[in-house]
Design a protein around this ligand. Sequence first.
Ligand SMILES: Cc1ncc(COP(=O)(O)O)c(C=O)c1O
Length: 459
Amino acid sequence: MNTNFQAQHLFNSSSTDRRLGVLAKHIDPTSSMANTDHSSSTAIISASPTSHPAGGSVFSHVVQAPEDPILGVTVAYNKDPSPVKLNLGVGAYRTEEGKPLVLNVVRHAEQQLVNDRSRVKEYLPIVGLADFNKLSAKLILGADSPAIRENRVTTVQCLSGTGSLRVGGEFLARHYHERSIYIPLPTWGNHPKVFTLAGLSVKTYRYYDPKTRGLDFQGLLEDLGSAPSGAVVLLHACAHNPTGVDPTPQQWEQIRQLMRSKALLPFFDSAYQGFASGSLDTDAQSVRMFVADGGECLVAQSYAKNMGLYGERVGALSIVCRAADVASRVESQLKLVIRPMYSNPPIHGASIVATILKDRNLFHEWTIELKAMAERIISMRKQLFDALRTRGTPGDWSHIIKQIGMFTFTGLNKEQVAFMTKEYHIYMTSDGRISMAGLSSRTVPHLADAIHAAVTRFS
Ligand SMILES: Cc1ncc(COP(=O)(O)O)c(C=O)c1O
């Protein structure tokens, strides 16, 4: 295990820390997750920039890059003219009618913002909107968090979850003594790319056991137990993507004890707070457990899923430190990471979030809509499970109702997935991950028929 995802450096300037990583080997272009198969070589940076032939393009040597493994599923879906086609690839919420959803509470907040003629479009500070940062820290760490009270937390607004991970990764690469970051196997496919290009050395720890379709807890403890002291560990705060498998509170406690005993640094990725259980507090428990012991950690938050603000790119990076003066110096360095990257973050999405978080009524309205989204997903799990049982589909499908959050890791293999796409026009990543949020009562029977046929044919 502990596969090392090293970037191959295209060139290194001897005097500057100039990173142009070539992620040529480790990404399977059709899987949603990090892959250890180093044989699937997929060049994403062209071989050699040569001088251009007369009249030709200076970019003629540029090779065609592969589609993003997750977003590429939507590209293929869009090209399919079938009326029964179904996109279960992308992790975006859909209504029962299969439509994208703008939350009512977001519409209300936007209306308030538009009506406020005193609002201007000036640049935000490098660290973003102050209210948004304070409220985001409170949302994830808890309103009564001693770390916030003691000013030991620095929070900066970033470009959604991805941007928060990237800024956190770059900060660690510059200022933290240990360059290794351990990510779960499997994990969201963008994790290894984000951290490698941030300058960290990506390794994996065992997480999922295909035999039980549950957590490989022993493997996880062994791998983290043998990680070098001080290594960074990426943890999904809840609703692990792609597996939908989370540790129990007791297992989290064991993970915490092990990590603290080895001085491993937790970096939480919280992309689904409130989306997993329907409760913002329940879904933040893992993070709060680590912060409660007084130790340090990083947290990347995204409002893409839980407020449906996908394209607004709203997120936050919080770094919890042991002391207020450290947090303040850390913030000064985060600014140096952000300024040359995108100067300062956009204002609109963060203003929507801040408007909702600071108004008691809007906040309440949000929690109700969030719970409704989470419950619809949970009900899709139940309906799919029942539909497979009714059809007598071979296999134990109880993992569909045991897993949590947006995705089900079905256990379907590549061949079965390809069959379902070809014969049933159902689109998903090749690792068999399906977005439950893309399903509806109307489409469950079609999916169940497809799974039944695929499993019966290729077992
Ligand atoms: C585990 C995980 N982390 C982070 C993200 C980042 O999402 P965004 O950058 O859209 O907030 C996602 C999105 O799918 C995710 O699943």
